[in-house]
Design a protein around this ligand. Structure first.
Ligand code: NAD
Ligand code: DAU
Length: 371
């Protein structure tokens, strides 16, 4: 039986992780600590609200005292750190929040974990109990690949290219240092692009889906030939579970989807699947009366090439051999199956995405895409 603290649990990956964990670990309890920034959505956790094993705490990971209190009072033995500023484009227009949350916020969590898990038992003349600080990181710390380069391994040198990636790289180094210097029991996973339910529509896949449903342009950066390795979010959650259960302390594990796709091909695939969905289900036409292009099978004309993202990598790809060999990690979903599940979820949950596409989101879309 474990007591988990999940930071950023109201975000995309954190919420999926909470649902996954509660479904698969019936005796465990979870506390979520989340500041509910623009990307955090309390409704992502609605399905767990009546579950006595779940508690939501509204707060900032930078509040070290609060984190210490949570760890101490609830006998937390496992911290899964998902809280972050996560959108690369936002890090280009406003890096401050990225350095504050991703670097200083992670440092605050590490300090609290050291105090409660290492220093307090030592002061009481006790050995530290088993504990785990798991840090969720990204493949973007490794930089970018050429078309024929081998995929990123855990041995690839760090070469971050955006303020976001640099802030994640710094946090990875801090986590590593707390293990080597103080003996904190840490693991880190570096994963590729996730997709699936609760994905905030500032990111490519939900943005393309929701824009088709509104007959809005699908903005493709540069020539659209940049490649990402797409990972269905539930596969990622299973990968984290395997690292928690079987991973070696102090190690990094890559988690990928074996799914390299060019951005333009993703937009075209979603367009095709959306046209098919509308053709096969007459009720969608009335439900999404704004989505005329999909209804008449012409959503391809929405594709619109726009100015490229500064510092944009050409290719990101994960070599998960170490994770496969040591932890038996294999992604269950292909892109074809995962993207169909995701599309179905977005078509069935328009209340969710309509409710997050207002206010600061509208302002961001205008600022980011108008010019
Ligand atoms: P997200 O932006 O959807 O969610 C981040 C969550 O963190 C939000 O709920 C937000 O409210 C919360 N948060 C932000 N600042 C906070 C603070 N100071 N204190 C407490 N909570 C705070 O992000 P995501 O896509 O779910 O990413 C989760 C983690 O996974 C991040 O560390 C990200 O770097 C990493 N990651 C994401 C992807 C991806 O494709 N989404 C891929 C690789 C790695
Ligand atoms: O690789 C892992 C990373 O994946 C995570 O570390 C980040 O937290 C997560 O946000 C994601 O970053 P990306 O920048 O890859 O995700 P995004 O969905 O923003 O972009 C995916 C690709 O699509 C990227 O090559 C940029 C491109 N793109 C994105 C947007 C938003 C477009 O062409 N047009 C767009 O409007």
């Amino acid at each position: 039986m474990n007591n988990l603290l999940v930071t950023g649990g109201a975000g995309f990956i954190g919420a999926n992780f909470v649902h996954y964990w509660l479904s698969n670990h019936t005796h465990d309890k979870i506390w979520v600590l989340d500041a509910l920034t623009y990307a955090g959505n309390r409704a992502n956790l609605d399905p767990t609200d009546n579950d006595p094993r779940f508690t939501f705490v509204h707060g900032d990971i930078g509040n070290t005292t609060l984190v210490e209190t949570l760890l101490r009072e609830h006998s937390i033995d496992t911290l899964v750190h998902c809280a972050a500023e996560s959108h690369v484009d936002c890090s280009i227009t406003g890096p401050d929040a990225f350095l504050e949350t991703n670097i200083m916020g992670t440092y605050s969590l590490l300090k609290a974990a050291k105090t409660v898990w290492l220093d307090e038992p030592k002061a009481a003349g006790q050995e530290p109990a088993l504990h785990r600080f798991h840090h969720v990181s990204t493949d973007e710390v490794y930089g970018t690949l050429g078309p024929k380069d081998p995929a990123f391994t855990e041995e690839t040198s760090y070469a971050p290219n955006s303020p976001y990636a640099a802030s994640k790289a710094a946090s990875d180094h801090l986590v590593r240092a707390y293990h080597h210097t103080y003996g904190l029991q840490v693991t880190t996973s570096n994963c590729s692009n996730n997709y699936g339910p609760y994905h905030f529509p500032e990111k490519l896949i939900p943005l393309v889906m929701t824009h088709i449903l509104h007959d809005k342009p699908l903005p493709i950066y540069g020539d659209g030939l940049q490649i990402c390795d797409w990972l269905y979010v539930e596969d990622h959650c299973r990968g984290i579970e395997l690292v928690l259960k079987k991973g070696r302390i102090g190690e990094n594990y890559n988690i990928g989807g074996n799914n390299e796709w060019a951005n333009i091909d993703i937009a075209k695939l979603i367009r095709r699947l959306m046209n098919e969905a509308f053709a096969g289900d007459a009720s969608l036409k009335s439900r999404y009366s704004e989505g005329t292009c999909a209804a008449v099978g012409e959503s391809e004309q929405l594709i619109s090439y726009v100015k490229d993202r500064p510092g944009h990598g050409r290719r990101y790809a994960i070599d998960a051999t170490k994770t496969n060999n040591e932890l038996d990690y294999i992604p269950a979903e292909s892109f074809e199956t995962g993207i169909r599940k995701t599309l179905t979820w977005y078509l069935e949950n328009d209340d969710w995405w309509r409710s997050v596409m207002y206010g600061s989101y509208q302002q961001w879309m205008t600022d980011q895409y108008t010019s």
